[in-house]
Write a protein that binds this ligand. Structure first.
Ligand SMILES: [Mn+2]
Length: 227
């Protein structure tokens, strides 16, 4: 397992972004050269998940299943004129065929386009408003069979801001830290790569607690990947 830290600049310029996505993908492929290194990538914003998942899938030779914890589905076809935006990464992943199943958990800021895109790509979207009913299902998750494994993408804003206020897009009504732990610890499947994104150091103002919470998530994923 190798931890990488990638930061994407917030720029909206097509050609430059193409190049940037390529650089990120190639970096991930390089760390995967020597098996059995499995990348755990730290953002940066959520735009990095597309080039990382693409690299993992291309390197392993087929799609993965993705467990995506987030307040937002990040499935816009294009956001603010940028098809590689942090809000579009999973649209690019599904279009590319890099994931078979995509389960999104923690959603509470979703538009009609988000739900339409979810249907279009056959995604499984679990919204917070039905979380108590979905809990049992989520605690018995088995993913990655018949594909190249499981990719876990954790946007820190999946957590309620009471637990992690140091993010760019605060959405009340989210998961507790214990909810996230339960989901990750009960997840059955071979986790081949993961990312933790959207921690915003500039907003890490409440006793540095969001950095600590993000670090604990990294530790959990490290244990998961190492099994
Ligand atoms: Mn988010």
């Amino acid at each position: 397992m190798l931890v990488m830290s990638l930061f994407k600049r917030s720029v909206d310029c097509g050609v430059e972004d193409d190049r940037l996505m390529h650089v990120i993908s190639e970096s991930v492929k390089t760390v995967m050269e020597e098996e059995p290194l499995r990348p755990l990538v730290l953002g940066g914003d959520h735009s990095i998940s597309y080039p990382v998942v693409r690299a993992v899938s291309e390197k392993l030779g087929g799609p993965v299943d993705i467990l995506h914890l987030d307040a937002h589905p990040d499935i816009y076809d294009c956001f603010e004129g940028n098809t590689y935006s942090h809000a579009s990464s999973f649209a690019r992943i599904m279009e590319g065929g890099y994931a078979r199943r995509l389960l999104q958990v923690g959603l509470r800021s979703i538009t009609k386009e988000g739900r339409d895109q979810g249907k279009r790509f056959g995604m499984e979207q679990y919204e917070m408003r039905t979380f108590s009913k979905d809990c049992e299902k989520l605690e018995n998750l088995k993913l990655g069979e018949g594909v190249k494994g499981v990719y876990v993408s954790v946007d820190v804003d999946c957590l309620d801001p009471a637990f992690a206020p140091g993010v760019s897009h605060i959405e009340p009504g989210g998961l507790s830290f214990r909810d996230v732990l339960n989901i990750l610890q009960n997840l059955q499947g071979d986790v081949v790569a993961a990312d933790v994104v959207e921690f915003n150091p500039q907003r890490n103002t409440v006793d540095g607690m969001t950095a600590m919470v993000a670090a604990k998530l990294v530790r959990e994923l490290t244990a998961k990947i190492s099994k």
